[in-house]
Design a protein around this ligand. Structure first.
Ligand code: ASP
Length: 399
């Protein structure tokens, strides 16, 4: 910390040189929050309620139930809110066709699937997390086991796997045939002068041109886009937050993170306060999308703090998005100051009011309350027509 004397001296020197220190308001870009004609003012149904990323409603278990339905059924049968949502995200973790979470997640640059997850339990003020976990599909349950069985909060890498095995979790290869084929295609197209030949398309055909923009509702595409070589790129995650009928709150986030990441890279999902956060007196929030952007603003914590100050969830999340953009380095902004990435936030308060918000129009989130399970549109800062050219996903597209 600078001493008071040093601060006064520095400030005086800056003033003498004709410099003024920036105020926070000056540092924020001028961004207009749009009125959204497509979404009625939230007529929320009260408690209990669960919200999640859209894959909470899209991915299903072999019995045909979505993750948010499994969680809601447990919640309304009296289960603890964290037990309910950990079971809910497990549906997504175990769905091999979702290449952004758990089993079937796209691997790192070595072809190894590494998972990140964290959770918080409002009533007991406890938290657990795992980072770069290998060979165990249900990372959220492992994060909860860290919370339940240790005095630690965060285990990573081989230590996290060892702990999971000691807890009786099943070891399995998380790389599906499809994800292995996608990894090989990525490797083969990485460098034209290396010793890998181009993909043999007869053996591994390019899948039909799915090019996910935020408004693309194609299956398993929530955060996936395909480059011109047919290589999928994904961030991709599920965050789920629940408030039960008594107003007790819990949050969880689980992911395989950024595809083709450098081994050991940990995103925002397992970081308490970034990937998810929960305070039983206020509410819960979480994030999916470019974790590197979210970590720098502690987005989930910041959203809960804005709600504590009295903001409704939607306003809190849009304020967090603005903070993200204010903290984004210029190489990731276009000439208008708009980001070359997508990021989604989700928040619910203790009364059961909820929202999703993102940088660019088009993302949806899942809700389950007494009115049933459904997708709703996220609030946003920028119209689709304002997106920079090229693929926009959770993925960085500007070198
Ligand atoms: N936020 C996750 C990460 O950066 C990925 C995602 O949500 O898409 O690892």
């Amino acid at each position: 910390m600078p001493s008071r004397r040093k601060f006064i001296k520095t400030t005086a020197a800056a003033a003498a040189a004709g410099l003024t220190l920036p105020r926070l308001a000056d540092a924020m870009p001028a961004i207009t929050v749009r009125d959204r004609a497509d979404k009625p003012a939230t007529a929320f149904a009260g408690l209990p309620v669960i919200i999640s990323a859209a894959n909470g409603l899209k991915d299903r278990n072999p019995q045909g139930q979505s993750g948010i339905e499994v969680a809601y059924r447990m919640l309304t049968s009296g289960a603890d809110p964290l037990d309910a949502i950990v079971a809910g995200v497990e549906v997504v973790e175990l769905d091999p066709t979702d290449q952004s979470v758990g089993l079937g997640g796209l691997p790192n640059e070595d072809g190894v699937v590494q998972l990140d997850a964290s959770c918080m339990h409002g009533p007991t003020k406890r938290a657990g997390a795992v980072g770069a976990l290998e060979d165990i599909a249900t990372a959220a349950a492992v994060a909860k086991a860290v919370m339940d069985h240790t005095d630690h909060i965060f285990l990573v890498g081989p230590g996290a796997k060892r702990f999971a095995l000691q807890m009786g979790f099943k070891e399995q290869n998380l790389l599906t045939d499809q994800s292995r084929a996608d990894w090989m295609r990525w490797k083969e197209k990485l460098n034209s002068s290396d010793n890998w030949l181009d993909p043999i398309d007869a053996r591994r055909p390019i899948r039909p041109a799915p090019r996910a923009r935020p408004d693309d509702d194609s299956p398993a595409s929530a955060h996936v886009y395909y480059d011109s070589n047919g290589v999928p790129h994904t961030y991709g995650t599920i965050n789920m937050n629940a408030v039960n009928a008594r107003g007790d709150i819990a949050s969880v986030t689980t992911t395989s993170g950024l595809s083709w990441k450098i081994p050991g890279r940990v995103g925002d999902s397992p970081i308490i306060g970034a990937g998810q956060y929960c305070d039983n007196t206020v509410g819960a929030a979480g994030s999916t999308g470019r974790g590197e952007a979210n970590i720098k603003v502690c987005g989930a914590f910041l959203a809960v703090e804005f709600m504590r100050q009295g903001m409704p969830p939607e306003e809190a999340l849009l304020q967090v998005m603005k903070r993200v953009i204010a903290m984004t380095e210029s190489r990731l902004l276009d000439e208008h100051g708009r980001p070359h990435f997508q990021l989604q936030y989700y928040a619910v308060n203790k009364k059961g009011q909820y929202a999703g918000a993102c940088a660019y129009e088009g993302s949806q989130f899942a809700v389950h309350d007494a009115r049933g399970a459904r997708l709703e549109n996220c609030a946003y800062l920028y119209k689709k027509s304002e997106m920079p050219a090229g693929p926009i996903s959770g993925v960085m597209i500007k070198p």
